[in-house]
Design a protein around this ligand. Structure first.
Ligand code: ADP
Ligand code: MG
Length: 350
């Protein structure tokens, strides 16, 4: 119901078109008035030219019930994560984060002490990443907790990595390993379900420290940005993995107008994650492709960088870039190619 006359508006539901198409619709035809905007909407952070350096700006929001469940997320960890996911977007532009602001919407359910816990995590992350908390906003909410953080960073003009620079024959590289954050979440959900049914049973989390840490104590890969600098290696494109490998690879493909080829047998997955996926009856590759929240960096480099990348434990070459006409493919163990989609590939014929 609205006091205003909006009855002539059509009623397209958001789920019909999805998040990315919605952003496109809402922001199409926006013309920037300030000439020093190098990149506005469309990458992990906006880029503003201020001379030798460029300023990076990125916002990410976490909502209770959508992004986190406080029955298994300690507030301190949540605060740390809320900062990390923003720093990760600055990393994906090859930049250094400098400042954050924190917006909070709170319901009465939260005590002062619990919010101090949240801030312990936020402050710990600020220490870890060398960023200063310089402001924010606090307001009430009718339902639960929302945290919106804006990160501001900087990067030298010629070091910026966008989503749109991948070139044909480039190597596709990922840092760390994938799928564990999603598996950690599935484990926590399982144990929550068991706890609701039988509250006197202690949660069984033994042996799964790594996946739990990947879900609860999220780290932005500032070390990878530093390593790339030391190796004198500038990726041709880069993005952070917040939504899953498939989705992010498709962003690089779309923005760079190239095809992405990913090989199943190259995708790095931790062994404890593989064991847990078997226990939970989940396909570990699908967890890596679609799970999200790993906050690793996905990037492309010229083939000349092969030597610098190949023996580094932090990097795995998982595929390469092809012409756009080849499409985006997931090459399974048996050599068969499957169209890569944001929801993974159609596994029914495997
Ligand atoms: P990420 O996953 O890296 O956080 P998103 O998928 O959230 O990025 O956003 C994609 C791009 O769209 C970014 O450049 C972001 O700044 C922009 N964007 C997202 N939501 C909005 C919005 N409501 N209005 C304007 N720009 C938006
Ligand atoms: Mg991002």
């Amino acid at each position: 119901m609205s006091l205003f006359d909006e009855k002539n508006l059509k009623n397209t539901s958001i789920s019909e078109i999805g998040e990315f198409a919605l952003i496109d619709i809402l922001t199409k035809d926006i013309e920037y008035k300030n000439k020093n905007i190098i990149k506005g909407i469309g990458d992990d952070a906006a880029v503003i030219d201020v001379g030798k350096k460029s300023i990076l700006v990125s916002t990410d929001m976490l909502i209770e019930g959508v992004h986190f469940d406080l029955s298994y997320t300690p507030l301190k960890h949540l605060g740390y994560k809320a900062v990390s996911v923003n720093i990760s977007d600055i990393c994906s532009m090859n930049g250094q984060a400098k400042y954050i602001t924190v917006g909070l919407a709170l319901s009465n359910r939260f005590s002062v002490e619990s919010l101090e816990e949240l801030y312990l995590g936020i402050r710990l992350a600020c220490e870890r990443y060398g960023v200063d908390l310089i402001g924010g906003d606090t307001t009430s909410s009718t339902t639960g907790l929302a945290i919106s953080i804006t990160a501001v960073g900087e990067v030298k003009g010629n070091s910026i990595t966008y989503r749109n620079g991948a070139k044909i024959n480039d190597l596709l590289v990922v840092s760390g390993d994938l799928g564990s954050a999603y598996l950690g979440l599935q484990l926590l959900k399982r144990e929550k379900g068991i706890f609701i049914e039988t509250p006197n049973i202690q949660p069984d989390l033994a042996g799964n420290d790594y996946v739990l840490q990947r879900q609860l104590k999220v780290e932005a890969r500032v070390d990878i940005v530093e390593k790339l600098r030391k190796l004198k290696l500038k990726p041709t494109s880069m993005i952070d993995i917040s939504d899953g490998l498939s989705s992010e690879a498709l962003h690089i493909s779309k923005e760079s107008k190239v095809g992405v080829q990913i090989y199943e047998n190259k995708i790095p997955i931790d062994t404890t994650a593989i064991n847990l996926s078997e226990e939970l009856n989940l396909n570990p590759i699908l967890c890596a492709l679609n799970g999200g929240e790993d906050y690793e960096l996905l990037f492309t480099v010229d083939q000349k960088a092969y030597k610098k990348i190949k023996d580094d434990v932090d990097f795995t070459i998982i595929g390469h870039i092809s012409e756009e006409s080849v499409g985006n493919n997931f090459i399974a163990q048996d050599g068969s190619a499957h169209k890569l989609t944001a929801q993974g590939w159609d596994s029914t014929n495997l």
